[in-house]
Design a protein around this ligand. Structure first.
Ligand code: DON
Length: 309
């Protein structure tokens, strides 16, 4: 029996209202500090393309670390297993921008979703494509094709704003370079990373974009193959174990889905074989993940029983 997803989302929308002003918007990126709290959107997309939404589901926001799912997918396709000599797949148990572990572990980031890991992935893409402009264009084109939407782009104001306060990411890149795990110019690689983090998408667009990862790497609507089934399995596994940084265990415990958050307040999740989900609410919890977004996903899996466990 098909569940009434619209009714479930409407209920979540009502129940989540008291939570929307709790938490803090990301203020270490000045352009994101201006985004008003109190906003919320959620979209579910099914295999046949039907989608259900509540809230401001067409409003674009900064996807930030959600973009790391897309760059990881591209790098895995290009480098296959050899990628793992440069970046691991273990949860870090540390904040997303931590420097400490990287020093102990000889410049090899724990996973592709912490900042250091995503910087290595961007570096690997630049090495493959030859320069940062071609790389950014390829990343944007990849996101456009998984979204089936040619209009997706990034916000240069957000990218510039992050660069102006980018000392920590620049430090991570230099530290990795000192260990021989960074191949390209630090400044331009970090800038390319900031640009892909500054891609703006709505929950409707993000939920659509994640469909291929819910269906074994193949977009069920266009039939296009964006990852092999084995790669899709691995990407989902890393989302489950590392997608929420030092709150990944807690997120798996409460929500029970592979998912990835961003400091813009977005979270994407997959219910493998069934659907993809995107939620947005800009105020963050202390781990840098959307406060209301996390609670909304917890309610969704509780109400529908659709967790992977
Ligand atoms: O590098 C940064 O800090 C941001 N561009 C991305 C961090 C992020 O989204 C962490 N997510 N919760």
């Amino acid at each position: 029996m098909l569940m009434d997803y619209q009714k479930i989302l409407d209920e979540i929308y009502d129940e989540i209202q008291p939570e929307l002003m709790r938490g803090k918007v990301a203020d270490y990126i000045p352009a994101l500090a201006e985004v008003p709290k109190g906003q919320f959107a959620m979209t579910v997309t099914l295999e046949d393309g039907r989608s259900y939404s509540v809230g401001e589901s067409q409003k674009r926001f900064s996807i930030q670390s959600i973009s790391k799912v897309f760059t990881f997918t591209q790098a895995l396709h290009l480098y296959s297993k050899s990628l793992y000599s440069r970046v691991g797949v273990e949860p870090s148990g540390n904040p997303f921008n931590s420097l400490v572990q990287l020093e102990y572990e000889n410049g090899i980031p724990r996973n592709p979703f912490i900042n250091a890991g995503a910087l290595v992935i961007t570096d690997a893409l630049i090495s493959h494509y030859g320069d940062e402009y071609k790389t950014l264009e390829t990343i944007l084109n990849f996101v456009r094709s998984i979204s089936d939407n040619t209009e997706i782009t990034f916000d240069p104001v957000v990218a510039k704003s992050e660069m102006e306060h980018g000392d920590r990411n620049i430090a991570l890149a230099h530290l990795m370079k000192s260990f021989g795990n960074f191949e390209n110019d630090v400044h331009s690689t970090v800038m390319t990373y900031f640009k892909h983090c500054a891609i703006t998408m709505s929950t409707e667009e993000l939920s659509r974009a994640m469909l291929f990862l819910a269906f074994g790497g193949k977009d069920p609507l266009t039939g296009k193959l964006f990852a092999t089934p084995s790669q899709a399995k691995r990407i989902n596994a890393v989302m489950l174990t590392c997608g929420h940084y030092d709150a990944s265990g807690e997120f798996a415990y409460h929500v029970g889905l592979p998912a990835k958050s961003g400091v813009g307040g977005g979270i994407v999740a997959t219910v493998p074989g069934k659907m993809s989900i995107a939620v947005w609410s800009p105020a963050l919890n202390k781990y840098g993940n959307s406060h209301a977004g996390t609670l909304a996903l917890e309610r969704f899996t509780t109400k529908t029983g659709l967790s992977i466990f």
